[in-house]
Design a protein around this ligand. Structure first.
Ligand code: ITT
Length: 196
């Protein structure tokens, strides 16, 4: 079965491709030159649906979308659905991290989690999307460390491992992460529900 992956984020695409292996065919929307749609909703679930429907309607293929982000307890869940644009539209990871570290100055409660909502639809009009979610708990570090991964990985500290997510090789991150856990469930659901 072939899916279009409704993402233009190189970090996500690398991780999803590594996780899916050859279980089924998945091609990023960049292969069709699809521009990311505006993510106008206030939940990960709704934004994932917007992206999946957009890519499916342009390609005519079933679609998978990933809407994800970092939720910080002491900031009432921010940056949340605005994780990609926390420091302004089209901001780069380094500036998003600086802004978050700045906003966390003097705050002792560093608890946070990454969340990944994955959606699969057969067509834009699919009345029964498959929706799954994965979470990964950690803490906001005091300074960035490591150069693997993407996004906020350099400031996402994993207490039990004693390192940040950006200090993990992709294989290790893909054993533990929010995206890995969501994808395991998505694959099981697709295997159980999609016959062709
Ligand atoms: P697409 O919509 O094209 O997929 P995007 O980057 O805009 O790309 P989102 O709207 O889902 O995607 O925003 C996700 C942001 O959350 C991402 O840009 C990172 O800043 C952050 N993020 C999500 N997963 C992450 C991870 O595994 N490691 C670090 N940061 C992550």
């Amino acid at each position: 079965m072939e899916f279009v992956f409704a993402s233009s984020n190189a970090g996500k695409i690398r991780e999803i491709e590594d996780l899916i292996g050859n279980r089924f065919q998945i091609k990023s929307q960049q292969n069709w030159g699809i521009a990311p749609p505006e993510e106008t909703a206030s939940t990960f679930l709704e934004n994932a649906l917007i992206k999946a429907r957009n890519a499916s309607s342009i390609t005519g293929l079933p679609a998978i979308a990933d809407d994800s982000g970092l939720c910080v307890e002491a900031l009432n869940g921010l940056p949340g659905v605005n994780s990609a644009n926390y420091a302004g539209s089209e901001e780069i990871d380094a500036r998003n991290m600086s802004k978050l570290l700045e906003n966390m100055k003097g705050i002792e409660n560093r608890r946070a989690f990454f969340i990944c909502t994955l959606i699969a639809i057969r067509a834009p009009s699919d009345p029964a999307p498959i929706a799954v979610e994965g979470r990964w708990y950690g803490e906001i570090a005091r300074e960035p460390k490591g150069n693997q991964g993407f996004g906020y990985d350099p400031i996402f500290f994993l207490g039990e491992l004693g390192c940040t997510a950006a200090e993990l090789e992709i294989k290790k991150k893909n054993n533990l992460s929010h995206r890995a856990n969501a994808l395991k469930d998505l694959i099981r659901e697709i295997d159980g529900n999609y016959t062709s």
